[in-house]
Structures are given as C-alpha cells and as structure tokens.
Design a protein around this ligand. Structure first.
Ligand code: B4P
Length: 193
C-alpha cells in the first residue's frame, strides 16, 4: 500500500491537489474536513457538536476525528492506499494514525508538505469565502484564527514525521497544474525507491 499525507496550512491547496492526486494514483481520498462538513450538512449529533468550533476556526477534538478515520479505514479494506487530506492535524492524531495503520500491517509512505506564504493563504480563503458556503472562510478574523491553530497545534506534525525521514517540502504557489506536477515528481521518485 502507498499511504500519503498531504500536509499544509489552511488554504495551501490540500483539497484541490488531493482530487487530482487520487485520480492519478488510484488512492482513496480521506478528508477530515469533508467528513466533518457532511456531518454538519446532515445535521447529525456529531455535526451539531462540531459546527460552532469549525465556524470559529478551531480544531475539532482529536477523539472525534480519530474515530472518523478509524471507521473510514475499516470501510475500505481493499484499496491501493490512502491519501490523508487535513489529517493528522495534531501530534496526538499522528500517533493515533501510526498505530491504526500498524494494526493493519501498513504505514505512512510519504508526507508532502505544501509551503505557501500567509499573505497568499488569506487571499485564497477570502476569495473562496465570497463564492462558497464554507462557514470558516467568511471573515479575515476566522481565517487568522485557523492560521493560529495551525501554527500552535498542526505545524508540529511535520516534525513528528521528519524524525522518520518521511517529509518532502513542495512550493505551493503558482498554477494548480504546475504544483500538481511537482507533487507527482516527488511521489513517482518515492514509489520507485
Ligand atoms: P479543511 O477542510 O482541511 O480545510 P482547509 O485547511 O481550508 O484546506 P482546503 O483543503 O479546504 O483548502 P485548499 O487549500 O485546497 O479543514 C477545515 C476545518 O475542519 C478546520 O479548520 C477544522 O476546524 C476542521 N478539521 C478538519 N480536519 C481536522 C482534524 N484532523 N482535526 C481537527 N479539526 C479538523 O484550497 C483553498 C482555496 O485555494 C480554494 O479556493 C482553492 O481553489 C484555492 N487554491 C488552491 N490551490 C491554488 C493555487 N495554486 N492558486 C490559487 N488558488 C488556489
């Protein structure tokens, strides 16, 4: 199995590139953001519990997202590999993911970390906020809160995987197609290594 984490701050292009990567490599896309938004849209008890946190730009508690990922892994036993998008977002989530994968006899193959300046992140998210119904893109204040959460809790996840030599950094500014080709180059090299 080839298991990939696409890592980066909010608005760095994780969701955008994940769609293209899953279609090229036949991986199963697991986006905790998409899973949470579908719980909110369905007005499930879980969705109601996380809606306000997400609207404030805060992270959802670890146990909720770890349980969602655990079920998603169980629901897809026969895949070529997973692309984790927006997960793990804390070192607790990273440790839990490593354990879940090891119980299934597999592990993370590669972490691709998208690097984008803060100015560009804010510009992209405000732009999306004008054209979508994302509750966490509506104001510069909420976007700033998401970036603070990232710095405080999520950036350490790349340090966790750096210890195992699994992180590759990719410049995430430029055209979507050019960034996609940069990501594919790194994946192709890793797959033949
Ligand atoms: P996510 O759904 O993961 O959203 P995101 O970080 O904003 O990234 P996304 O993938 O959507 O955006 P992208 O960069 O592709 O998380 C949302 C919230 O869910 C979190 O704040 C948190 O509350 C909660 N959550 C999710 N996972 C969690 C977890 N594991 N633990 C706890 N809480 C969790 O795209 C952004 C915009 O940029 C788009 O409009 C896109 O079109 C544009 N864009 C992309 N690439 C571009 C490029 N090269 N040039 C110009 N624009 C580009």
């Amino acid at each position: 199995m080839f298991n990939l984490i696409l890592f980066g701050p909010p608005g760095s292009g994780k969701g955008t590139q994940s769609e293209k990567l899953t279609s090229r490599y036949g991986l199963k896309h697991l986006s905790t953001g998409d899973l949470l938004r579908s719980e909110i849209a369905g007005e499930t008890p879980l969705g109601l519990a996380v809606k306000n946190l997400m609207a404030e730009g805060k992270l959802v508690p670890d146990e909720i997202v770890i349980e969602m990922i655990n079920s998603a892994l169980d629901n897809h036993p026969r895949v070529n590999g997973f692309l984790f998008d927006g997960f793990p977002r804390t070192t607790g989530q990273a440790e839990a993911l490593d354990k879940l994968l090891s119980q299934k006899g597999t592990k993370i193959s590669l972490v691709l970390a998208l690097q984008v300046s803060q100015q560009e992140l804010v510009k992209r998210l405000l732009n999306r906020g004008r054209t979508s119904d994302r509750i966490d893109d509506v104001s510069e204040e909420i976007i700033a809160a998401r970036i603070v959460e990232y710095e405080k809790k999520t950036s350490a996840v790349s340090e966790h995987y750096k210890k195992y030599g699994k992180v590759e950094y990719v410049h995430g500014e430029g055209s979507i197609e050019d960034i996609f080709e940069l990501l594919c180059d790194v994946i192709d090299k890793k797959m033949v290594a």
